[in-house]
Design a protein around this ligand. Sequence first.
Ligand code: SAH
Ligand code: AVI
Length: 332
Amino acid sequence: MESDIPHLVVEDLDRSSASPAKLDPARADFAEAVLQGFARQLRNLPCRFFYDERGSALFEEITQLEEYYPTRVETALLEAYGAEIAERMGDARVLVEFGSGSSRKTSLLLSALARVDMYVPIDVAGESLAEAAEWLAERHDGLAIRPLVADFTKTRTLPVVARRPRKLGFFSGSTIGNLTHAEAQAFLVNVARLLGHGAAFLVGVDLKKDPAILIPAYNDQRGVTAAFNLNLLERINRELDGDIDVGRFAHDAIYDESQGRIEMHLVSLARQTVRVLGHEFRFAKGERIHTENSHKYSAAEFQALAKSVGWSPANVWTDQDRLFSLHLLKLD
Ligand code: SAH
Ligand code: AVI
């Protein structure tokens, strides 16, 4: 989302409280996003900050929920069509994954991609990346794993050992839906640069469907998604010297039909003032913080988006109920 206030230089923040100048780069990035996001008229926080250790664990819990079909269906697609997908992806030996998380689905793909001998998972969540690498190493003999803790929208180079001529890519979970259409296009352009000519890119994309299925997937009965959303505020308290009373905010998930996306928000339940790194922010009762977009696409819409930035749609696999899709994109 575009900033409507001038770029905030972290070193210029109020030195009388915690000293942001001394924040490590990851915390400084979070501090900048929160202080900018809270200063906007329509407040927002980028969803990449969901994934601290607690947030990553909560996401894994979400994937086990009855209401949250994407992980279950994408896994079933990989189980059913893994061999066919692998054959169509070709025989390149390096697999790069964006937002790899626990890498559980990757293990299925790797079992089918017998020739891959190097795996580069890219994720902002350092802890889950390390755990996933260990988990995979135990299951895939001879696989070299080179994890990269990085923002996949800003990754411009791969580890030197992975810079081989032809590469495969994987972007699972419909994480591409967390980007706006313009951001998704920019991301796909960057992936094309990273993977190079002859690349094959497998992308999991959640399909448009009845909001009666979509809404519960983002507002489950047990409140795990609510905890995942509210953890952003707890993370602010933990890492940015915040004093937010998390009980005075509530989770909300809506489906915006015109934009074809689920939006998650945190709603202030009272008029209140919160402090972050010594800065005060006033919230009116009912005021919202927009925390996530999750765009849904028809298969044709996603293929058109990919084509618009130079990828050739090669195939798409979907389940019988048309809940989820796996797209294979290729680069000449
Ligand atoms: N692909 C996995 C995980 C999906 S959850 C699956 O399908 O189960 C989204 C993952 O992307 C998380 O692990 C999160 O840490 C990571 N992520 C989100 N935004 C990111 C960004 N901008 N750069 C790198 N990783 C990101
Ligand atoms: C990671 N990403 C694709 C998930 C989604 O469905 O948008 C994150 C999530 N948000 C709420 N539940 C799950």
